[in-house]
Design a protein around this ligand. Structure first.
Ligand code: SF4
Ligand code: MSK
Length: 624
């Protein structure tokens, strides 16, 4: 049962969320906020990262009673090992998603599926050429076979460096090489981190942290980047389009289906199925006026970027979307899907469908999607959703709010097109101080924060200061609901940013995609640095994840820092039990990598810190 005495107005900034939290309270439905209350206060050993469970001489914890574990490991070693394994979970998540994308490309290229195709042949050929594959007079499917094989090799150990290391500016590559952190292969770095953190291996905290950087670089410059590029090749490279966001996108008179997770391979087929005339006719037979598809989290971002499908909400809205009572089905792939969705769904007629063998949920129905049967499975589950419509309890339906308009689809290709084909206008605007810099605000929600307060206010503060904001992941929904993802939002930006975005007809906050699409931001930084002839760490740019929660977000932050991008976090990872590791993260990495983390929970103070850093970078470049 939900804990009482929580102040709903303090839990979220959104009216649609507040209405659903009140409904949850009334209907006795437990949410993440209730469970957080039951888990608070958290274990101090866990929070500091000084609990070790990696062998059975323990578990050990470092405190007043003992400064070392049974084996002799001290707080520094334990914290570094725990952090190493934490980011490895994140790097594995993104990169295994990337591997699934390669398998999809492989299946299409080898004619193993009729359900998927290559939508962006131009990008296929461009990427193939970029990684050294001959495309002259060749059938595009043969090129795709070679590209899939090249990308598979990025996961192994035979390459000296991952393919897209070629995108990294020379100075950064030299730095990585001198530090021994050039990412060699995704699986290699991940396996090595697990090996290093076994009892009796890497017992030097700084050395473990360097390998953490290498593992995350393999995520950013290979696993995630490959996921992004292949998704564009298979489903189309995003271009600017309009969409809508918040719970108001659900429709009272239609069958509502939500897709949730990260990989577009399933959701793209669901989108086709909801437009199948036979299934639409069935929905009408059942009394609905149609079938409405909306997204959640990053699967939502993928569909919104490419197809303009509306976004119902971000991470903390996923339970609340079901609490509307208007959702027939939630179809998930993987990552960031709360197991509680099964329980919340069971309070209504809502069915949860899992689609990946690696992400089953007890209590949900599993319908396995494979490359050869994606369309058939999609039709099957959409039919089930339609059949559930008649079981909806109309007395319990409450869809809050009116949808908010947004503009999405800013891939790097689209941004370049908006700029007239080259980065020169953006570089000129940066040099002239009209755009003082750029910040990628990315990541999640976490019920420890007032939902989206930091995500939204940091974006607002930065654009006021003529700093362009690039949004991905769950920050997209936050900034979209706040009205920042439309060209009209330039009225809230500083005069320089207003002039530049106004002349291009783009919003001051650009939606660049899902979590793996942070690779687009990496690539953009690399292109800017190479064009100007400097390292990424010299650019007036930063990254931020104000309300992060996941291992993946920590991996993103770490690859951003290792790529030379100053990175703000709303709260630290569980490393504060080691002064050495904390100091390394907050300042020592600056000496080594030209970038470090900064932690600040207050979005207004965080904007000050980021602004100051951008100012210092501008001064160093001789810009005012
Ligand atoms: Fe304890 Fe060392 Fe085993 Fe960790 S590795 S549980 S510190 S004995
Ligand atoms: S979905 S990792 S809650 S951004 Fe990519 Fe959102 Fe964070 Fe998941």
């Amino acid at each position: 049962m939900p804990e009482k005495n929580q102040n709903i107005d303090e839990m979220t900034i959104w009216e649609d969320a507040k209405q659903m939290l009140r409904k949850a309270e009334k209907e006795n439905i437990e949410t993440a906020w209730d469970r957080l209350q039951k888990q608070t206060p958290h274990c101090q050993f866990g929070e500091g990262g000084i609990c070790c469970r990696i062998c059975t001489m323990g578990p050990c914890r470092i405190g007043k009673k003992a400064s070392r574990g049974v084996c002799g490991a001290d707080a520094d070693v334990i914290v570094a090992r725990n952090f190493g394994r934490f980011i490895t979970g994140g790097a594995a998540g993104h990169s295994d998603h990337g591997r699934d994308c390669i398998e999809a490309l492989h299946a299409v290229a080898h004619g193993e599926t009729k359900d998927y195709e290559i939508k962006d042949k131009e990008k296929l050929l461009r990427i193939a050429e970029e990684v050294g594959i001959n495309t002259n007079d060749r059938d595009y499917l043969d090129v795709a076979k070679d590209l899939a094989a090249e990308f598979f090799e990025n996961y192994g150990t035979t390459k000296g460096a991952v393919s897209f290391a070629s995108r990294v500016p020379e100075k950064r590559k030299e730095l990585w090489s001198s530090l021994g952190i050039t990412p060699r292969g995704v699986d290699r770095e991940i396996a090595e981190m697990m090996h290093r953190t076994h009892m009796g291996c890497d017992n030097d905290a700084a050395n473990t942290m360097l390998h953490a950087a290498r593992t995350c670089l393999a995520d950013g410059w290979a696993g995630s980047m490959i996921a992004t590029e292949i998704s564009d090749i298979l489903f189309g490279t995003p271009s600017p389009r309009k969409a809508k966001v918040n719970l108001g996108v659900l429709k009272e008179d239609q069958v509502n289906i939500l897709v949730h997770g990260h990989n577009p391979i399933v959701s793209e087929k669901i989108l086709e199925a909801v437009n199948d005339p036979e299934l639409v006719a069935l929905a009408k037979e059942k009394g609905a006026s149609g079938i409405n598809l909306a997204g959640l989290c990053c699967t939502g971002n993928e569909l919104m970027m490419r197809r303009g499908i509306p976004m119902a909400g971000n991470h903390l809205m996923t339970e609340l979307a079901i609490i509307t009572g208007a959702v027939e089905m939630i179809i998930v792939d993987y990552q960031c899907i709360m197991p509680s969705l099964v329980q919340v769904g069971s309070c209504y007629h809502t069915k949860m469908i899992t689609t990946a063998d690696k992400a089953k949920f007890t209590g949900a129905e599993h319908v396995k999607f494979e490359m050869h049967n994606g369309m058939e499975q999609a039709r099957k589950v959409v039919r089930k959703a339609v059949e559930l419509y008649e079981f909806r309890d109309r007395n319990r339906v409450q869809i809050p709010g009116e949808p908010v308009d947004i503009m999405t689809g800013f891939s790097n290709e689209a941004l370049l097109q908006a700029l007239g084909g080259s980065l020169t206008p953006l570089i000129d605007a940066i040099k002239a101080g009209k755009v003082r810099g750029a910040v990628g605000i990315v990541g999640c929600n976490n019920p420890k924060y007032k939902h989206d307060h930091c995500n939204v206010n940091l974006a607002k503060e930065l654009i006021k200061r003529d700093i362009l904001v690039l949004a991905t992941g769950c920050v997209t929904t936050a900034t979209g609901k706040a009205g920042l993802l439309v060209p009209e939002a330039i009225d809230t930006a500083g005069p320089g940013l207003k002039e530049v975005c106004g002349s291009l007809g783009i919003p001051p906050v650009l939606h660049m995609g899902s979590c793996v699409d942070n690779a687009r931001i990496l690539q953009l930084c690399a292109l800017l640095a190479s064009e100007i002839g400097v390292d990424i760490s010299d650019l007036p740019v930063a990254a931020s994840s104000p309300e992060w929660y996941s291992e993946k977000a920590a991996a993103i932050g770490t690859y951003a820092v290792a790529s030379g991008i100053y990175t703000h976090l709303g709260h630290p990872p569980n490393i504060t039990g080691s002064k050495l590791v904390t100091n390394l993260a907050l300042s020592g990495l600056d000496d080594l990598l030209g970038a470090c983390f900064v932690v600040e929970p207050d979005p207004f103070k965080a904007a000050e810190l980021i602004d100051k850093r951008i100012g210092a970078k501008r001064t160093a470049l001789g810009l005012v």
